[in-house]
Write a protein that binds this ligand. Structure first.
Ligand code: NAI
Length: 257
């Protein structure tokens, strides 16, 4: 599998799932990558890591996906002149019960996890059409199963449905769009959501032990799936949701308590 000469744009690429997939495309698959995030220092560190491991110099775009979608696409095209793969990975969770939550929490979550994805996909379409490119949305098992992550679950369900609806519009233009639905993956997302080290370890141990494959996910698990979906090996696959969860869904292993 090679992405030599191809351009991959990854949002939320300064940490976790996004950082790993950008690193893989750049260092193992020969792609040119544009990496997007809000924290310039962390993005620069991710770019340095890529260069250190032999990848070509990434385009670093310090931007907020909810505000800067047009600039993100423009800067990528200005730098590389093409776009082959858009990975809509930026996202976050919120565990406030709906009855306790201000509706603004819902608005913010939908803005990042859904609205920005729709906007970026629309803006990327003319360029993806030229390359027969594709889109991968990083959703969640919470988009299929009603997690007690409340609004988060609703946002990821919307993202899944967007993936399927949009496949109908993009297919005739030669563009594929799919979503991955990870179960629990070891990343900084839990820190960002305010989990303590102890809470995290307890959750990882509990979920990991109950998963049929005996562990929770690593970022390499999501990366390998995305590399496949972005490649020509998946040329006949669009509008699909791919669960990557160590069997967690099959074992009804999704409640945190
Ligand atoms: P993470 O917190 O390490 O990565 C998320 C990245 O998105 C961060 O770098 C964050 O700064 C960025 N981001 C958030 N809002 C943004 C905005 N408005 N503009 C630009 N960047 C923004 O967490 P992780 O786990 O790598 O999350 C990546 C994606 O995977 C998210 O969409 C998350 O919902 C999804 N996911 C994660 C799971 C897990 O267990 N870690 C499970 C299922 C889905």
């Amino acid at each position: 599998m090679s992405f030599k000469g191809k351009v991959v744009l990854v949002t939320g690429a300064s940490s976790g799932i996004g950082a790993d997939v950008a690193h893989h495309f750049a260092t193992k698959l020969g792609a040119k990558v544009a990496i997007v995030g809000r924290n310039e220092n962390r993005l620069n560190n991710a770019a340095e890591e890529i260069k250190k491991c032999g990848g070509s110099t990434p385009l670093v775009i310090t931007a907020d996906v909810t505000k800067d979608a047009a600039r993100i696409i423009d800067e990528t095209i200005d730098e590389f002149g093409r776009l082959d793969v858009l990975i809509n990975n930026a996202g976050y969770g919120d565990t406030t019960p709906i009855l306790d939550a201000d509706i603004e929490i819902f608005d913010r979550l939908m803005d990042t996890n859904v609205r920005s994805v729709i906007n970026l996909t629309k803006l990327a379409t003319p360029y993806l059409e030229k390359t027969n490119g594709n889109v991968i949305n990083v959703s969640s098992m919470a988009g299929i199963i009603p997690y007690k992550e409340h609004f988060y679950s609703i946002s990821k369900a919307a993202l899944n449905q967007f993936t399927k609806v949009m496949a109908n519009e993009l297919g005739p233009r030669g563009i594929r769009i799919n979503a991955i639905n990870p179960g629990f993956i070891k990343t900084g997302a839990f820190d960002a959501a305010g989990w303590t080290e102890e809470q995290k370890q307890k959750l990882f141990d509990k979920i990991g032990k109950k998963n049929p494959l005996g562990r929770i996910g690593e970022v390499t698990d999501t990366t390998k799936l995305m590399a496949f979906l972005a490649s020509d090996e998946a040329a006949f696959i669009t509008g699909c949701l791919y669960v990557v969860d160590g069997g967690g869904m099959a074992a009804n292993n999704f409640n945190q308590d």
